[in-house]
Design a protein around this ligand. Sequence first.
Ligand SMILES: [Fe+2]
Length: 127
Amino acid sequence: MQAKIFGSLGFKKLEAKYLEHAKEEGEFVDQFIDRLLDSGGELKQEAVEAQTLYNDPIEFLKADYNVSVNGIELLRKCMDGIKDDITTFDMMKVYLKDEEDDMYWSEEQLGLIELIGAKPWLIKTAL
Ligand SMILES: [Fe+2]
């Protein structure tokens, strides 16, 4: 939804970036669901908190960066609990690396915004 909002506002590069990201996240979800089921686990659906959607890409970027930082901390804690299940551990390692890359990307963009200013960065993400 966030990607589509960016697209509708004219930020086509951001739309493409976050559509691709959502696809990747979905693939990780598929893998983890399969792993859980293959390991004899049980799926459970729980209500999740509604997420804020943003019209301002920079506000979104800041919020998304915080989500990454907190998510990575949580993932690292989880890794400790699965260290004896090497296959799951390896899958989580790949996911952790992906999340770190996401975080570095957001960090880099926030750095660029500080360096070149909000408007040039917004133009760069629209064209
Ligand atoms: Fe990701």
